[in-house]
Design a protein around this ligand. Structure first.
Ligand code: IPE
Ligand code: IPE
Ligand code: MG
Length: 237
Protein backbone atom coordinates (compact mmCIF):
# COMPACT_ATOMS: atom_id res chain seq x y z
CA UNK A 1 0.00 0.00 0.00
CA UNK A 2 1.20 3.53 -0.69
CA UNK A 3 1.75 5.49 2.52
CA UNK A 4 0.92 8.86 1.02
CA UNK A 5 -1.50 9.47 -1.87
CA UNK A 6 -1.80 12.93 -3.46
CA UNK A 7 -4.69 13.68 -5.82
CA UNK A 8 -5.61 16.38 -8.34
CA UNK A 9 -9.38 16.04 -8.37
CA UNK A 10 -10.09 17.26 -11.89
CA UNK A 11 -13.08 16.98 -14.22
CA UNK A 12 -16.01 18.24 -12.13
CA UNK A 13 -16.97 20.85 -14.72
CA UNK A 14 -16.95 18.42 -17.62
CA UNK A 15 -18.90 15.86 -15.61
CA UNK A 16 -21.65 18.44 -15.08
CA UNK A 17 -21.55 19.69 -18.66
CA UNK A 18 -22.11 16.17 -20.00
CA UNK A 19 -25.32 16.11 -17.97
CA UNK A 20 -26.41 19.62 -19.01
CA UNK A 21 -25.99 20.75 -15.40
CA UNK A 22 -24.24 23.87 -14.09
CA UNK A 23 -20.53 23.39 -13.28
CA UNK A 24 -21.21 23.73 -9.58
CA UNK A 25 -23.30 20.52 -9.68
CA UNK A 26 -20.06 18.76 -10.56
CA UNK A 27 -18.32 20.32 -7.57
CA UNK A 28 -21.15 19.22 -5.28
CA UNK A 29 -20.84 15.66 -6.57
CA UNK A 30 -17.07 15.99 -6.20
CA UNK A 31 -17.40 16.55 -2.46
CA UNK A 32 -19.25 13.21 -2.17
CA UNK A 33 -16.32 11.50 -3.83
CA UNK A 34 -13.96 13.07 -1.31
CA UNK A 35 -15.98 11.37 1.42
CA UNK A 36 -15.69 8.05 -0.40
CA UNK A 37 -11.96 8.51 -0.88
CA UNK A 38 -11.42 9.22 2.83
CA UNK A 39 -13.36 6.09 3.71
CA UNK A 40 -11.31 4.05 1.24
CA UNK A 41 -8.04 5.31 2.74
CA UNK A 42 -9.20 4.47 6.27
CA UNK A 43 -10.18 0.96 5.15
CA UNK A 44 -6.89 0.38 3.34
CA UNK A 45 -4.69 1.78 6.07
CA UNK A 46 -3.29 4.58 3.91
CA UNK A 47 -1.82 7.12 6.34
CA UNK A 48 -1.72 10.34 4.29
CA UNK A 49 -4.24 11.63 1.78
CA UNK A 50 -3.57 15.03 0.18
CA UNK A 51 -6.19 16.58 -2.08
CA UNK A 52 -5.84 19.57 -4.39
CA UNK A 53 -9.11 21.46 -3.96
CA UNK A 54 -8.30 24.96 -5.24
CA UNK A 55 -5.15 26.17 -6.94
CA UNK A 56 -3.67 29.65 -6.66
CA UNK A 57 -4.59 29.98 -10.36
CA UNK A 58 -8.26 29.03 -9.84
CA UNK A 59 -9.06 32.64 -8.79
CA UNK A 60 -8.99 33.32 -12.53
CA UNK A 61 -12.31 31.48 -12.92
CA UNK A 62 -15.61 33.37 -13.24
CA UNK A 63 -16.34 35.11 -9.98
CA UNK A 64 -19.60 33.20 -9.54
CA UNK A 65 -17.86 29.82 -9.70
CA UNK A 66 -15.15 30.96 -7.27
CA UNK A 67 -17.72 32.15 -4.77
CA UNK A 68 -19.74 28.92 -5.06
CA UNK A 69 -16.57 26.90 -4.48
CA UNK A 70 -15.87 28.95 -1.34
CA UNK A 71 -19.41 28.32 -0.11
CA UNK A 72 -18.97 24.61 -0.68
CA UNK A 73 -15.72 24.67 1.26
CA UNK A 74 -17.40 26.41 4.20
CA UNK A 75 -20.32 23.97 4.10
CA UNK A 76 -18.02 20.95 3.97
CA UNK A 77 -16.08 22.22 6.99
CA UNK A 78 -19.28 22.86 8.93
CA UNK A 79 -20.80 19.49 8.11
CA UNK A 80 -17.93 17.03 7.85
CA UNK A 81 -15.37 17.85 10.50
CA UNK A 82 -17.19 16.18 13.36
CA UNK A 83 -17.45 12.94 11.43
CA UNK A 84 -13.79 13.14 10.40
CA UNK A 85 -12.89 13.61 14.04
CA UNK A 86 -14.96 10.59 15.10
CA UNK A 87 -13.09 8.51 12.55
CA UNK A 88 -9.67 9.53 13.80
CA UNK A 89 -8.88 11.83 10.88
CA UNK A 90 -6.55 14.78 11.37
CA UNK A 91 -7.37 17.62 8.98
CA UNK A 92 -4.92 20.20 7.73
CA UNK A 93 -5.30 22.86 5.08
CA UNK A 94 -2.21 24.03 3.21
CA UNK A 95 -1.91 27.08 0.96
CA UNK A 96 -1.99 30.83 1.30
CA UNK A 97 -5.06 31.10 3.52
CA UNK A 98 -4.78 34.88 3.94
CA UNK A 99 -6.84 35.46 0.81
CA UNK A 100 -9.87 33.61 2.22
CA UNK A 101 -12.73 35.30 4.05
CA UNK A 102 -12.19 35.59 7.82
CA UNK A 103 -15.08 33.18 8.47
CA UNK A 104 -13.47 30.48 6.32
CA UNK A 105 -10.07 31.06 7.91
CA UNK A 106 -11.63 30.68 11.34
CA UNK A 107 -13.41 27.43 10.37
CA UNK A 108 -10.13 26.04 9.07
CA UNK A 109 -8.30 27.01 12.25
CA UNK A 110 -10.99 25.36 14.41
CA UNK A 111 -11.09 22.19 12.30
CA UNK A 112 -7.32 21.84 12.50
CA UNK A 113 -7.32 22.41 16.25
CA UNK A 114 -10.24 20.04 16.90
CA UNK A 115 -8.65 17.17 14.99
CA UNK A 116 -5.02 17.78 15.98
CA UNK A 117 -4.92 14.74 18.27
CA UNK A 118 -6.04 12.23 15.62
CA UNK A 119 -3.60 9.75 14.09
CA UNK A 120 -5.51 7.28 11.92
CA UNK A 121 -5.42 9.33 8.73
CA UNK A 122 -3.74 12.63 7.89
CA UNK A 123 -6.07 14.39 5.46
CA UNK A 124 -4.62 17.51 3.87
CA UNK A 125 -6.57 19.87 1.66
CA UNK A 126 -4.53 22.13 -0.60
CA UNK A 127 -6.48 25.37 -1.01
CA UNK A 128 -5.14 28.50 -2.69
CA UNK A 129 -2.06 26.36 -2.94
CA UNK A 130 0.70 26.55 -5.53
CA UNK A 131 3.89 24.51 -5.61
CA UNK A 132 5.99 27.56 -6.50
CA UNK A 133 4.37 29.59 -3.74
CA UNK A 134 5.25 26.79 -1.30
CA UNK A 135 8.92 26.73 -2.30
CA UNK A 136 9.13 30.53 -2.08
CA UNK A 137 7.44 30.79 1.32
CA UNK A 138 9.73 28.02 2.61
CA UNK A 139 12.78 29.82 1.20
CA UNK A 140 11.76 33.06 2.89
CA UNK A 141 11.25 31.30 6.21
CA UNK A 142 14.55 29.47 5.85
CA UNK A 143 16.47 32.70 5.22
CA UNK A 144 14.72 34.48 8.07
CA UNK A 145 15.55 31.63 10.47
CA UNK A 146 19.31 32.13 10.01
CA UNK A 147 19.81 35.68 8.75
CA UNK A 148 23.57 35.59 9.31
CA UNK A 149 24.09 32.56 7.05
CA UNK A 150 25.30 33.55 3.55
CA UNK A 151 25.70 30.30 1.55
CA UNK A 152 25.94 26.52 1.79
CA UNK A 153 22.20 25.96 2.11
CA UNK A 154 21.10 22.33 1.86
CA UNK A 155 17.82 20.70 0.83
CA UNK A 156 17.45 19.66 4.44
CA UNK A 157 17.49 23.36 5.49
CA UNK A 158 14.50 24.09 3.27
CA UNK A 159 12.42 20.98 3.86
CA UNK A 160 11.22 21.75 7.41
CA UNK A 161 9.62 24.96 6.11
CA UNK A 162 7.61 23.40 3.28
CA UNK A 163 3.85 23.08 3.86
CA UNK A 164 3.95 19.28 3.89
CA UNK A 165 6.99 18.91 6.15
CA UNK A 166 4.93 16.75 8.52
CA UNK A 167 4.46 14.00 5.90
CA UNK A 168 6.67 11.70 3.86
CA UNK A 169 6.77 12.58 0.15
CA UNK A 170 3.80 11.19 -1.81
CA UNK A 171 4.24 7.62 -3.05
CA UNK A 172 1.37 7.82 -5.50
CA UNK A 173 0.04 10.84 -7.39
CA UNK A 174 -3.33 10.54 -9.11
CA UNK A 175 -4.83 13.03 -11.55
CA UNK A 176 -8.34 12.38 -12.80
CA UNK A 177 -10.01 14.12 -15.72
CA UNK A 178 -7.58 13.25 -18.50
CA UNK A 179 -5.07 16.12 -18.32
CA UNK A 180 -1.51 14.92 -17.87
CA UNK A 181 0.07 17.81 -15.99
CA UNK A 182 0.95 18.86 -12.45
CA UNK A 183 -0.74 22.30 -12.57
CA UNK A 184 1.56 23.77 -9.90
CA UNK A 185 0.64 21.16 -7.25
CA UNK A 186 3.36 19.77 -4.95
CA UNK A 187 6.43 20.50 -7.08
CA UNK A 188 9.21 19.79 -4.62
CA UNK A 189 7.54 16.78 -3.03
CA UNK A 190 6.63 14.93 -6.25
CA UNK A 191 10.28 14.47 -7.30
CA UNK A 192 10.14 10.67 -6.96
CA UNK A 193 6.42 10.03 -6.81
CA UNK A 194 4.77 7.48 -9.10
CA UNK A 195 2.38 9.33 -11.41
CA UNK A 196 -1.01 7.94 -12.41
CA UNK A 197 -3.25 9.72 -14.91
CA UNK A 198 -6.76 8.59 -15.72
CA UNK A 199 -9.43 9.96 -18.06
CA UNK A 200 -12.12 9.17 -15.46
CA UNK A 201 -13.70 12.44 -14.28
CA UNK A 202 -13.39 13.10 -10.54
CA UNK A 203 -17.13 12.63 -9.76
CA UNK A 204 -16.86 9.16 -11.35
CA UNK A 205 -13.65 8.20 -9.52
CA UNK A 206 -15.08 5.57 -7.18
CA UNK A 207 -13.34 3.05 -4.96
CA UNK A 208 -12.94 0.57 -7.83
CA UNK A 209 -11.08 3.23 -9.82
CA UNK A 210 -8.94 4.04 -6.79
CA UNK A 211 -8.02 0.37 -6.48
CA UNK A 212 -6.92 0.36 -10.13
CA UNK A 213 -4.54 3.22 -9.34
CA UNK A 214 -3.19 1.37 -6.31
CA UNK A 215 -2.70 -1.82 -8.36
CA UNK A 216 -0.80 0.16 -10.99
CA UNK A 217 1.38 1.62 -8.24
CA UNK A 218 2.05 -1.84 -6.79
CA UNK A 219 3.29 -3.12 -10.14
CA UNK A 220 5.95 -0.46 -10.50
CA UNK A 221 9.56 -0.71 -9.53
CA UNK A 222 10.75 2.33 -7.61
CA UNK A 223 14.46 2.58 -8.29
CA UNK A 224 15.31 6.07 -6.94
CA UNK A 225 18.23 6.26 -9.38
CA UNK A 226 19.55 2.75 -8.72
CA UNK A 227 19.53 -0.20 -11.14
CA UNK A 228 16.99 -2.97 -11.03
CA UNK A 229 19.72 -5.49 -10.07
CA UNK A 230 20.73 -3.42 -7.05
CA UNK A 231 17.17 -3.59 -5.76
CA UNK A 232 17.12 -7.39 -5.99
CA UNK A 233 20.45 -7.73 -4.18
CA UNK A 234 19.81 -5.29 -1.34
CA UNK A 235 16.22 -4.10 -1.39
CA UNK A 236 16.66 -1.65 1.47
CA UNK A 237 20.17 -0.36 0.78
C1 IPE B 1 -11.69 20.38 -10.59
O1 IPE B 1 -12.63 20.30 -11.60
C2 IPE B 1 -12.16 21.16 -9.42
C3 IPE B 1 -11.50 22.46 -9.23
C4 IPE B 1 -10.54 22.97 -9.94
C5 IPE B 1 -12.00 23.27 -8.15
P1 IPE B 1 -12.74 21.39 -12.72
O2 IPE B 1 -13.68 22.45 -12.26
O3 IPE B 1 -11.39 21.86 -13.12
O4 IPE B 1 -13.40 20.56 -13.89
P2 IPE B 1 -13.08 20.65 -15.43
O5 IPE B 1 -11.61 20.46 -15.60
O6 IPE B 1 -13.52 21.98 -15.90
O7 IPE B 1 -13.87 19.53 -16.02
C1 IPE C 1 -6.09 21.89 -10.95
O1 IPE C 1 -7.23 21.79 -11.74
C2 IPE C 1 -6.43 22.28 -9.58
C3 IPE C 1 -7.44 21.50 -8.88
C4 IPE C 1 -7.96 20.35 -9.20
C5 IPE C 1 -7.86 22.11 -7.69
P1 IPE C 1 -7.50 22.78 -12.95
O2 IPE C 1 -8.60 22.17 -13.71
O3 IPE C 1 -7.69 24.16 -12.45
O4 IPE C 1 -6.12 22.69 -13.74
P2 IPE C 1 -5.70 23.29 -15.16
O5 IPE C 1 -5.73 24.76 -15.03
O6 IPE C 1 -6.68 22.77 -16.15
O7 IPE C 1 -4.32 22.77 -15.38
MG1 MG D 1 -10.05 21.26 -14.56
Amino acid sequence: MPRHVAVIMDGNGRWAKKRFLPRVAGHVKGVELVREMVRACLERGIQYLTLFAFSSENWRRPQEEVSLLMQLFVKALEQEVEKLDRNGVRLRVIGDLSRFEPRLQELIRQAEANTAGNTRLDLTIAANYGGRWDIMQATNQMLAAQPEKRDGWLESDLEPHLSMSFAPEPDLFIRTGGEERISNFLLWQLAYTELYFTPILWPDFDTAEFDKAITSFQQRERRFGRTSEQLVEKPNA
